[in-house]
Write a protein that binds this ligand. Structure first.
Ligand code: DC
Length: 223
């Protein structure tokens, strides 16, 4: 079991995934992208899983999900299908919020996330998502909310995804955040959660600030 948990939440385009991967490399921790499971479940509903089974909870026995926690060999599988690329499509980005809204799904994801962290043989894990600091690991040693202004997030996402129009990017960032933040508040730091605003920081600087915070939290724990 990874007994050091670093919980990182934040909206789309905040740089969470790339920063979390880099932190995992730096600390030699596992890396867990929790949004991938929501995306993979959305993919499953578009590939044969009945949507009504999400609400009833019946999906649990049919959803055969596996994810790598190695930041340098990242993959996601549903059954025999490698869905690493497929879950990043516009279609999935636009349908995932409807899946993430369902309470049975959220309860399942909480258990799934905790079991993946428990199965890790590394001493720590960087776990990123929307409700990690508040719901999944409220007792994590380090809890950080990584944000950036909407303008910066839209800009970052438009270079990341090959969206053809500004509209598509707005749909994948602002509209999704608006819908997702009705379920969990990841725009404001909860009590005890450190806010890092990366609007004026580049990638290296963000990693630097986050590393310093994690080191300070680790130090505080051993005191
Ligand atoms: O981080 P991402 O964009 O890949 O996340 C995909 C979706 O999953 C996002 O729209 C919100 C949801 N999500 C969530 O509700 N809770 C999490 N811990 C992670 C993701």
């Amino acid at each position: 079991m990874a007994d050091i948990v670093v919980a990182i939440d934040g909206p789309a385009g905040s740089g969470k995934s790339s920063v979390s991967k880099q932190l995992a490399r730096k600390f030699d921790f596992a890396y867990l992208d929790t949004g991938a499971a929501y995306r993979a479940l959305a993919w499953a509903t578009l590939n044969g899983l009945e949507f009504s089974k999400l609400e009833s909870g019946e999906f649990e026995s049919e959803f055969d999900y596996q994810i790598s926690t190695d930041p340098d060999d990242f993959w996601v599988r549903v059954g025999d299908s490698d869905v690493t690329e497929a879950i990043r499509s516009t279609l999935i980005s636009e349908s995932v919020s409807a899946v993430a809204k369902i309470q049975n799904v959220r309860d399942f994801m909480k258990r799934l996330t905790r079991s993946i962290v428990e199965a890790s043989e590394l001493k720590g894990a960087i776990v990123e998502g929307r409700d990690i600091t508040t719901v999944v690991f409220p007792d994590a040693i380090s809890r950080i909310l990584l944000t950036a202004s909407e303008e910066v997030r839209l800009q970052r996402r438009s270079t990341e995804i090959s969206a053809t129009s500004t509209n598509a990017v707005v749909n994948q960032v602002s509209k999704r955040d608006e819908s997702d933040s009705k379920i969990v508040d990841f725009m404001n730091a909860a009590d005890g959660v450190t806010l890092v605003d990366s609007s004026d920081l580049n990638f290296e600087q963000t990693v630097e600030v986050m590393s310093a915070q994690i080191e300070a939290d680790l130090k505080a724990r051993t005191k």
